[in-house]
Design a protein around this ligand. Structure first.
Ligand SMILES: *Cc1c(COP(=O)(O)O)cnc(C)c1O
Length: 373
């Protein structure tokens, strides 16, 4: 600015009153959840899983904040995600692992963005070596039957561990099928199998734990843990409680308020009939924003501490809530808050889990990043 009075033709009151639904992401809460995971992990290194655009919250904002907290190891699903992440972390000596493995067509991307493929089969190990090798990880399947070297491939690799020669092996890993269920016998079985593999291979950094397995305790931590959902404030078992702070909220503005008489119906399909006179609010938030249609009935927003239940089905751009219980006068433009500490409850109402709810959050939501720093 070069001095003089700056005048603006935009009335700031109008800018504030715009009815865009917002997604509020609290980067400080993510940082505190990272700190909590570091304490829970004891001496193990804590990586950040930022696949699927950091579970829908924005990897370009989340990853630099994690880096500020000391995180130097990140996991993404695809090489494309890895390339975007590298651009979001300029000048940082960060390791970026790619879960989906090595695909020769992605060689150029892997090299230029310095990505580390997580090799998932004997064929991928061979293909990677044939194309010139480099930094890599190996995923051993210990019972999930999803990705990773099979038992047979694992035994062959251990028997001829010399075939690892020439590979710059940075990490060996596996993944638990039931980590969010602490009493499941598969947890101990997979941990024992992984420990056995680690013992029989040449020394290498080892990793088994997602968020759920961090909570299972030290026996599951090995050298590096790979939490995702805990960073984003949800309990992996989709229950409320747990050690993580809420990170994300939707703020949906009220477009209209209506007084409804007993006996009137609300929304598509006339699914709900008012059993009493009520005050309803029509919100600028729908399933096109990723607010799943199945969240209603069952889920609720909040104004202050008052619970605001959804009425009728969520439509593409709109939903209706019962605001009869809100003390004081509401007006269009006032906002109803969703998710936050009710993330798991909202997911459960929709018959899904916090993970899916987060990764479905729509691009029409204006992302607002909050941070005290
Ligand atoms: C997604 C993923 C994680 C992170 O899991 P959370 O349950 O979100 O902590 C860790 N490891 C692998 C292999 C994954 O696919």
């Amino acid at each position: 600015m070069r001095g003089g009075t700056i005048t603006t033709t935009i009335n700031p009151a109008h800018a504030v009153a715009s009815p865009d639904p917002r997604l509020i992401v609290d980067l400080d809460a993510i940082a505190r959840n990272y700190g909590t995971l570091c304490r829970l992990a004891g001496g193990a290194q804590v990586a950040g899983v930022v696949k699927a655009d950091a579970y829908g919250l924005g990897a370009a904002q989340v990853a630099p904040r994690l880096a500020k907290e000391g995180c130097r190891t990140f996991f993404v699903a695809t090489a494309r995600e890895g390339e975007a992440l590298r651009k979001a972390l300029p000048g940082l000596e960060a390791e970026i692992f790619v879960f989906h493995g090595y695909w020769p067509g992605e060689r150029a991307r892997i090299v230029s963005a310095r990505l580390i493929p997580v090799l998932n089969s004997a064929d991928q190990i061979e293909a990677f070596r044939a194309d010139g090798g480099g930094a890599c990880a190996i995923h051993f399947d210990t019972g999930m039957n999803r990705l990773g070297l099979s038992s047979r491939e694992t035994e062959e690799l251990i028997a001829g561990a010399s075939t690892l020669a020439g590979l710059d092996l940075r990490l060996i890993m596996s993944h638990l099928a039931c980590a969010e269920a602490p009493d499941h016998p598969k947890n101990g079985a997979q941990r024992d199998r992984f420990a056995d593999i680690v013992r029989r291979l040449p020394p290498c950094r080892a990793s088994l734990a997602n968020t759920g397995a961090v909570l299972l305790g030290e026996a599951y931590h090995f050298d590096l843990v790979r939490p995702g959902i805990g960073l984003y404030g949800a309990h992996p078992a989709n229950t409320s409680g747990g050690p993580f702070e809420p990170v994300v909220a939707i703020e949906a503005p009220i477009l209209q308020l209506r007084e409804i008489a007993a006996g009137e119906t609300i929304g598509y399909g006339a699914q709900v009939t008012a059993d009493r006179a009520m005050l309803t609010a029509t919100l600028a938030l729908g399933y096109a924003d990723g607010f799943l249609r199945a969240t209603s009935p069952g889920a609720a927003g909040r104004i202050g501490n008052t619970r605001i239940p959804l009425l009728g089905s969520v439509s593409m751009d709109l939903s209706v809530v019962d605001v009869s219980a809100v003390p004081g006068q509401l007006k269009p433009g006032d906002r109803v808050r969703f998710l936050a500490s009710a993330l798991n409850e909202t997911a459960a109402a929709a018959g899904t889990i916090g993970y899916e709810l987060l990764t479905r959050l729509g691009s029409r939501l204006t992302r607002v990043y909050e941070s005290d720093r």
